[in-house]
Design a protein around this ligand. Structure first.
Ligand code: IPM
Ligand code: MN
Length: 371
């Protein structure tokens, strides 16, 4: 039997703990089944960590994150921490994990399952069979650029600065990931930027064109302005396969793409670093695209499927357990095909279930995959 896989579980705030609990049940199912075992450590992150320790993530947690095979992350934030200084805000813990683990490649797939087609606000013929991948640069750009902050000018007025900055290697490495992904999909990459307005946009355009031409001549490649990309996603999303873009545009475009599938509650993500040249291992974190949804936290209404599908991505990308990832994705589809829905994706004729009931349905479907 293979060695245990180490996983750090950070449920976070709001609905994070509720959806993570369902993943823990699935981890327990795999443990019992015996073919895959996980060493799970759990810790606080975000507002919950701030309340307990005065910081949004602790150094000792970061040390575990750096030495573990994979991090599973729930969600952080909420109005409770609105007045906390920015360096201690719940989001700061998440940004530190991304930065310190150098998780530069954020894969956000948007897939419309047939069972979910009527949950989308778009017409069924527009979204039927949709399967696109937003690849978001995650460790640079305006999220981290310096200088940033408030300045008081000589006349006493206030000026605020954010900096969008990219160096060449940061762009090259994420563009390469886009092409590698496309080769295993429909062989098409769009690179979204604002080269008509921004210096960094011109740079992204230039670097992506070079990498495309020199390294991936076999993959079809298109430049697209980020605003046009937002529009085209709604008009005809099937024209896309992999969309690679910077940190901020990726944040926005991935929310848009996610919602095309009906609910943010369905969309997983993987954040990957570069493989270590010697061990081949790479840092990785898996989290749903949705946030902490404080308005429904603790009510058993949250949809655990995005978290579950993030766990499936972990099986696939960190542990090379493609069959088990397929298994989890298939049981999610089966449960949806059987008509079970949490409130966010409820449709007439379906059965409304709680977070926990959804988890129970998944477990019994899992049982049916082994005889
Ligand atoms: C996301 C979230 C985060 C981001 C927040 C919580 C900092 O919106 O993962 O998309 O902006 O990156
Ligand atoms: Mn976001």
């Amino acid at each position: 039997m293979a060695a245990n896989r180490s996983v750090l579980v950070l449920p976070g705030d709001g609905i994070g703990p509720e959806v993570m609990e369902q993943v823990q049940r699935v981890i327990g199912w795999f443990d019992k089944k015996g073919s895959v075992r996980f060493d799970v450590k759990e810790d606080l992150a975000g507002g919950a960590c701030f309340d307990a320790h005065g910081v949004s993530i602790r150094d000792q947690t970061m040390e575990i994150a750096l030495s573990t095979d994979a991090v599973l992350f729930g969600a952080v934030g909420g109005p409770k921490w609105d007045d906390v200084p920015r360096e201690h805000r719940p989001e700061a813990g998440l940004l530190r994990l991304r930065k310190d683990l150098d998780l530069f490649a954020n894969l956000r797939p948007a897939i419309v399952l047939d069972a979910m087609i009527d949950a989308s606000t778009l017409k069924p013929e527009v979204v039927k069979g949709l399967d696109i991948m937003i690849l978001r640069e995650l460790t640079s750009g305006v999220y981290f650029g310096q200088p940033r902050g408030e300045q008081t000018l000589e006349d006493g007025s206030v000026r605020v600065v954010d900096t969008q900055a990219y160096n060449e290697e940061e762009v090259v490495r994420v563009i390469r990931v886009a092409f590698e992904l496309a080769r295993k999909r429909k062989n098409l990459v769009h690179c979204a930027e604002k080269s008509n307005v921004m210096e960094t946009g011109v740079f992204w355009r230039k670097i992506s064109a070079r990498v495309a031409k020199e390294e991936y001549p076999d993959v079809e490649f298109q430049h697209i302005l980020a605003d046009n990309c937002a529009m085209q996603l709604l008009r005809d999303p099937h024209q896309f396969d992999v969309i690679v873009t910077d940190n901020l545009f990726g944040d926005i475009l991935s929310d848009e793409a996610a919602m095309m599938t009906g609910s943010l509650g369905m969309l997983p993500s993987a954040s990957l670093g570069n493989p270590d040249p010697i061990t081949g291992k790479r840092h990785a974190m898996y989290e749903p695209v949705h946030g902490s949804a404080p308005d429904i936290a603790g009510e058993g209404k949250a949809n655990p499927l995005a978290m579950l599908l993030s766990f499936a991505m972990m099986l696939r990308y960190s542990f090379d357990l493609g069959d088990d990832a397929d298994r989890v994705e298939t049981v999610v589809q089966n449960v949806l095909n059987d008509g079970y829905r949490t409130g966010d994706i409820m449709q007439s004729g379906c059965h409304l279930v709680s977070t926990e009931e959804m988890g129970t349905k998944l477990l019994s479907e899992l049982d049916r995959t082994v005889d």
